[in-house]
Design a protein around this ligand. Structure first.
Ligand code: GAP
Length: 490
């Protein structure tokens, strides 16, 4: 096996291990699993949903609480269908697809070609791979579909299933899900939103007027988005139903460079506060821009399957507001009291996939030690951990269980906790390590004498004694979201 093959094999193995861990320990399950699942759709289990909510709260608070000029909304998933004509999604939100006539499987051409290029690199043919990628990017940028047909043929790219090159011509497929509103056969076709951003644009004036916002100001939103992704793979990285956290920052035209730089820095800072290994974060400027953007960067994370986008920062000019003005025939302008004039604001957008963040955090956190104990634990930042502390009586008898339950009942109003009294302490620690609980608190015989408990830390496994009365303050300081917020520059 070559070094490259070995590295790929190791990454595949690591990713499979991550998926297995997420499923086995209550983070993420395939959706409707008893019916064998639904491709690219996943459900969050008890620890997954808590982790996701904690991340969402951290993002929400970092946006709306730390910036006095950012407010939130929660717009509906279903919007007037003209929204998507105005946004360009009906005409332009497409991916080039190709079908293999033998396997009957459909593929996204760019991903098929990218995979072939990776195989060429693994075979030591880097120059060929580079020229393939460059030619593909040129074809994509100019919408040259016959050019993509030609690349498939010239590089003899075959279907991974049938191993044949019997391709249909490359075609564009729209990624929006549609449904009918009203009477089944006579209703209006509407779409499940493919991004949350448009709910913000159509509410721009509502928010500006009712919350009395002055430029520059932002509107933040968290919510579901839907895309009929054809390539279903990489677990929760690419889903058909997923969650976005988007913020549109409305600014005076001419200031977009300053604010684009500001948001890049602010968002980079947010990732370092998550304790992510910064070597795994990459800022990737776009060469090929979306139809609405004049500048864009991706924040990428080095997943086991490659460095991939988790967040996009886009300079969207006045594209969206102008398009909605045109289609809705309503003015969407801002009156600037300082300049005493009306204008259409420009927009800097930060757009992050919440599910991709969950995957990034799990990947970053899953730790296996090489020591004889061969410990596996999730090194999640304590403020994001699903459970903040587990409370154990050393044994059930002699009144220890009652004391442990009393502590559990006193702390449960402030912290998500687990109470466990069965199995050995070692097994109970292991179970908490696997779901990332940062602290385990044990009530033992000494507690009955001096009102102290043993606190055991997940990462260092250090144990120390603490007065029962100090546990609430200790957990608060170590596990509150505030400790993450305080790390951010504002
Ligand atoms: N409003 C701009 C926008 O939607 P995007 O780059 O298409 O931009 C933003 O999406 C983020 O949404 C991505 O960085 C990614 O984290 C997340 N995302 C996009 N498609 C996704 C999918 N199919 N599954 C999971 N997350 C996705």
């Amino acid at each position: 096996m070559s070094t490259t093959d070995a590295a790929l094999d190791h990454s595949n193995h690591a990713f499979k291990g991550l998926i297995a861990h997420a499923q086995a320990y209550g983070f993420i399950y395939p959706s409707s699993e008893i019916y064998d699942g639904l491709q690219s759709i996943y459900d969050y289990g008890p620890y997954g949903v808590a982790l996701k909510r904690n991340l969402q709260n951290f993002w929400w608070q970092s946006m709306t609480q730390l910036h006095e000029n950012i407010v939130g909304i929660d717009a509906a998933i279903m919007m007037h269908p003209t929204t998507w004509k105005a946004s360009g999604h009906i005409d332009g939100f497409t991916d080039p697809m190709v079908d293999n006539k033998d396997s009957q499987k459909r593929y996204r051409v760019d991903l098929l070609i990218e995979e072939h290029a990776m195989q060429l690199v693994a075979q030591g043919k880097s120059t060929q791979a580079k020229s393939l990628m460059e030619e593909m990017e040129r074809c994509l940028a100019t919408g040259n579909l016959p050019g993509l047909d030609e690349l498939l043929e010239r590089f003899a790219i075959v279907c991974p299933l049938s191993k044949t090159a019997h391709w249909t011509p490359v075609r564009q497929f729209n990624l929006m899900f549609s449904t009918q509103m009203g009477a089944q056969n006579d209703g209006t076709t509407i779409y499940l939103r493919p991004e949350t951003a448009q709910g913000i644009f159509v509410n721009f004036l509502n928010v500006q007027k009712t919350a009395r916002m002055k430029l520059p100001f932002g509107i933040a939103q968290v919510g579901k988005a839907f895309r009929n992704e054809i390539i279903a793979r990489q677990f929760i990285f690419r889903m058909r139903e997923f969650e976005q956290m988007e913020m549109q920052f409305f600014i005076q035209p001419g200031t977009e460079k300053k604010w684009f730089d500001y948001w890049q820095e602010t968002r980079k800072d947010w990732y370092s506060s998550l304790g992510i290994n910064q070597e795994k974060i990459n800022i990737h400027p776009h060469k090929q821009l979306a139809h609405y953007a004049t500048a864009a960067v991706d924040i990428e994370y080095a997943f086991p399957f490659g460095s991939k986008e988790v967040e996009g920062i886009h300079s969207r000019t006045d594209f969206d507001l102008k398009r909605h003005e045109h289609y809705a025939k309503k003015k969407l302008q801002y009156f600037d009291p300082d300049l005493k004039q009306h204008y259409t604001p420009y927009v800097i957008e930060t757009s992050v996939g919440l599910d991709r963040l969950v995957l990034m955090l799990l990947d970053n956190a899953l730790t296996k030690t090489d020591d004889p104990a061969k410990r596996t634990y999730l090194k999640l930042p304590a403020p994001l951990a699903p459970i903040k502390a587990a409370i154990f009586p050393l044994v059930k008898k002699d009144g220890l269980a009652e004391r442990a339950l009393a502590l559990f009942n006193a702390l449960k109003y402030d912290f998500p906790l687990i109470y466990e009294e069965t199995q050995s302490i070692g097994k109970r620690y292991t179970r908490q390590d696997l779901i990332g609980t940062p602290y385990c608190i044990t009530i033992d015989y000494q507690t009955l004498e001096d009102e102290t408990v043993t606190v055991r830390e997940r990462d260092s496994m250090a144990q120390y004694r603490m007065k029962i009365a100090e546990t609430a303050g200790y957990l608060h300081a170590a596990t509150h979201i505030k400790s993450l917020l305080l790390q951010l520059k504002t």
